[in-house]
Design a protein around this ligand. Structure first.
Ligand SMILES: C[S@@+](CC[C@H](N)C(=O)[O-])C[C@H]1O[C@@H](n2cnc3c(N)ncnc32)[C@H](O)[C@@H]1O
Length: 415
């Protein structure tokens, strides 16, 4: 193979999804092998559109579309990537690759949703400087998913980098995907800080073939990337999928959210004045969707086990001007306990745990009553530092709705 053919083979994006054998067998039997192969193929690639939910308490779908059009006309919102053209397709010369369009969501009941069309996969030229060997960065899967949705590469997402990378270097960015580990779990098998050799003797050389998601310019040196805790490591200049970044765009008026998550909140059909429990809530996508459907009237108890993520929920709620969301740090796994024989509510001995007993009585046609007795740590307080911990008693009656969906961890209960 000559060097350009080898590069074309190597610097591509053609990921293959790996399943645990029993899972694969199950789905193959359910869908048929061919159909399941097509589903697996589709799941390995990012969506070609972004889905935006409008905060209809602050704006309207039409007004947001108009603002996006104006923003693009003024500055573009793609961070230097030629990918976004919003509104009507303007003239025949705009049909080249890279054009994106904005549409209202065509599905009934989702008129608060806007789609922004992206493009890809694109074939990129990674070897534009043939006299130099390609410098490389490997990022985590989570980081890669964000990059393919328009984000930059941030420091925590970088797992490995070539030697001698300086600020301003052009780098090829690939993704590390999990593979089966010895203990029957999954691992990426790369220690953070690994030096990439860029030669075939490099242990990670073969496994990143076909997993290149784009290229960019380093915003700091290799040593900086692994020394600092925050910041952009690589400014992406080319991506195999091009979608606009909505970072800092129309803050509080829009939320980027996958369509199934928007639908999950709609299916719950929350009403004004109700009380809803969202047990794995951060960053607050479904919580805020539910709050808006309730027109911010009622109460949503939003739980997350991570203190920082609880702060994210509160930040998002404040940005969106939503006052009905109360966020608490609580491990949902410790918040539900089966009823004991006597039908008593147990009390946990963990200061951040909650005890929930599912009772048999029901005074509501949609579900059974659920008594809750919990001690919780209020958002903004750190349960690991006893000097600042203040726990409060929490003892409402919960009424489960017929909807108890696990789509994207939503775990919402009508109280
Ligand atoms: C995929 S995110 C949830 C997304 C969220 N429902 C939304 O719509 O934006 C999963 C969240 O669940 C939280 N989480 C996972 N296990 C949890 C548990 N046992 N108790 C509380 N939160 C948990 C994680 O910290 C993470 O923030």
């Amino acid at each position: 193979m000559d060097s350009s053919a080898a590069a074309a083979d190597r610097y591509t994006y053609s990921p293959r999804l790996r399943w645990q054998p029993e899972v694969e067998e199950y789905f193959a039997a359910a869908y048929g092998r061919d159909r399941f192969a097509r589903i697996s193929e589709a799941l390995a690639h990012p969506s070609c559109y972004s889905c935006i939910r409008v905060n209809t308490l602050k704006s309207s779908t039409d007004a947001v579309m108009q603002k996006l059009i104006n923003l693009v006309d003024q500055n573009g919102i793609c961070g230097g990537i030629n990918c976004l053209e919003i509104g009507q397709q303007k003239g025949g010369d705009k049909t080249h690759e890279g054009i994106s369009l904005v549409h209202k969501c065509p599905y009934p009941g989702l008129d608060n949703v806007i789609f922004v069309q992206g493009s890809g996969p694109h074939v990129l030229d990674y070897e534009s400087q043939p006299e130099q060997s390609v410098k490389e960065v490997i990022v985590s899967r989570k980081c890669a998913e964000s990059v393919l949705r328009g984000a930059q590469v941030y420091v925590p997402g970088v797992l490995a980098c070539s030697a001698h990378v300086e600020k301003g270097d052009k780098v090829a960015v690939s993704v590390a995907v999990e593979k089966p580990a010895d203990d029957s779990g999954w691992t990426v098998g790369i220690t953070r800080g690994t030096v990439l050799q860029g030669v075939q003797s490099d242990v990670h050389y073969e496994e990143r073939k076909g997993l290149y998601i784009g290229q960019g310019i380093t915003a700091m040196s290799r040593s900086g990337i692994f020394r600092v805790l925050h910041g952009v490591a690589v400014e992406m200049t080319e991506r195999v999928y091009r979608l606009p970044s909505f970072n800092d765009v129309l803050e509080g008026e829009i939320f980027l959210q996958n369509l199934p998550s928007v639908v999950a909140a709609n299916v719950l059909d929350p009403q004004q004045g109700e009380r809803i429990l969202d047990m794995c809530a951060a960053p607050g996508g479904k919580t805020t969707a539910i709050a808006i459907l309730m027109r911010d009237k009622g109460e949503i108890v939003a739980l997350d086990r991570s203190h920082n993520k609880v702060m994210d929920i509160l930040k998002l709620a404040a940005e969106m001007d939503l006052n009905c969301i109360k966020a608490y740090k609580l491990d949902a796994l410790k918040s539900v306990r089966k009823i004991n024989e006597a039908g008593n509510v147990g009390i946990t001995d963990n200061c951040t745990g909650a005890t929930v007993t599912l009772g048999e009585d029901s005074d509501n046609c949609t579900g059974s009553s659920t008594k809750v007795n919990a001690e919780f740590t209020k958002a903004g307080e750190d349960s690991s530092t006893t000097s600042v911990v203040q726990t409060g008693r929490y003892h409402p009656n919960f009424y489960t709705s017929s909807v108890f969906t696990s789509v994207h961890y939503i775990c919402s209960i009508r109280l």
